[in-house]
Design a protein around this ligand. Structure first.
Ligand SMILES: [Zn+2]
Length: 384
């Protein structure tokens, strides 16, 4: 027996109900009987005549990647775009997306986090004002078809054999990474070309590249040409980290994102410091996340306490970063690289500070710093 949705063959996941077997491994997406044939959803494709309206011009390096990506996708080769944070992974996808849309092909963009689905939807709406861009994630599931679909990885189960081009961002992050149900579901959603975007591809992906199953396109130059900010690692006892935070905020006025390892710590910090700092907190449990992000983006307050929920995909111009208790296990190498990548996103004013403070300096902290140094070595020496 094999589940037609998740591909499971392990007997222990098959349950019998009235003479029919169904798979419990992917039961969160609804019951599928082993004998069921999955059907394509009612999805419309039409030929568009659009071009992406961007308020920036691609750099030469981005243009080159963008062209390579388009050619590979047209040739139905799966691609990995390995780009450092801030290099413009999304930006270099516009050309291939436009090309596919204008050919009447169905395009999907899938990301791990719901928050980022909403962010990316906004960007696509700005770039393609005449198209119907549909976000599909928790809370947004009434409309599931549009000219361009932006969804969480979880929602891909709705799109069996649907996409001619499927772009998947954050494949190296929870919940996609190592998930043996989401992966087959994603593969079934894609009929044509796959594009993975990552700043921290895992070993499995690099192996696929080495063995020729994936074409790798590298982009380590940021649009402003400046190197990535290399984080400063600080070994400092827990109780002194609070003091460090206050000193940094006073010495470098501006906006700060303060990352903390647990939701409780974020709650404690935001309710305490709220009394005398312009601060707020965001965790996965926060109800009005979008509202808080919007007001932070509008610079209405300066300190944002957050859990790892904001480690990816969030762009705040000119923000500084401090990770407290950064030797905690939740902050692995790829998580820290992403967090540090939040700094220095302002093309006009590419400055910013990044500090990782832990009671000890963990391996992940060191590896994060070394990986960023390596990415910087690939840069032309324009600014030294
Ligand atoms: Zn299954």
């Amino acid at each position: 027996m094999q589940c037609s949705r998740c591909g499971n063959q392990e007997q222990k996941y098959f349950y019998e109900d009235r003479g029919k077997f169904y798979c419990r491994k992917c039961i969160q997406f609804g019951r599928v009987n082993v004998t069921d044939v999955l059907k394509k959803p009612q999805i419309l494709s039409k030929k568009h005549k659009v071009h992406a309206q961007l308020d920036f011009e691609l750099t030469d390096a981005q243009k080159e990647c963008s062209e390579k990506l388009k050619q590979a996708a047209l040739a139905q080769k799966d691609c990995l775009v390995y780009a450092c944070c801030g290099a413009g992974k999304t930006e270099i996808c516009f050309e291939v997306i436009t090309t596919f849309l204008n050919m009447g092909k169905k395009v999907g963009f899938a990301i791990s986090r719901r928050q980022v689905v909403l962010e990316i939807t906004k960007r696509f709406r700005k770039a393609y004002p005449t198209l119907k861009i549909v976000p599909v994630c928790q809370g947004y599931t009434d409309i599931t078809d549009g000219d361009l679909i932006v969804c969480t990885m979880h929602q891909l189960y709705r799109y069996y054999q649907t996409f001619d081009l499927l772009i998947m961002d954050e494949v190296d992050a929870f919940p996609y990474k190592g998930n043996d149900v989401l992966k087959p579901i994603a593969m079934q959603a894609c009929l044509g070309s796959l594009i993975y975007l990552s700043a921290t591809p895992d070993e499995e992906m690099l192996k696929d590249v080495a063995e020729g199953r994936l074409e790798m396109i590298e982009l380590f130059v940021r649009p402003h040409g400046h190197p990535l900010i290399v984080p400063t690692l600080l070994k400092i006892p827990g109780f002194l980290q609070e003091l460090l935070m206050l000193i940094l905020i006073i010495r470098h006025p501006g906006q700060w994102m303060i990352f903390l390892p647990t939701i409780d710590q974020v709650r404690l910090h935001s309710s305490f410091y709220h009394l005398f700092l312009h601060s707020q907190g965001i965790t996965s449990k926060t109800k009005n996340k979008e509202e808080i992000m919007e007001s932070f983006r509008n610079k209405e307050f300066s300190i944002l306490f957050t859990s790892t929920i904001l480690e990816r995909g969030i762009t705040i111009q000119g923000v500084n970063i401090l990770v407290l208790f950064s030797d905690h296990v939740v902050f692995d190498e790829s998580s820290l690289i992403q967090i540090v990548g939040r700094v220095d996103r302002n093309w006009k004013q590419p400055t910013g500070y990044a500090y990782l403070a832990g009671a000890t300096v963990s391996h992940a902290m060191k590896r994060c710093r070394d990986a960023i140094r390596r990415m910087n070595e690939d840069l032309p020496d324009l600014f030294s």
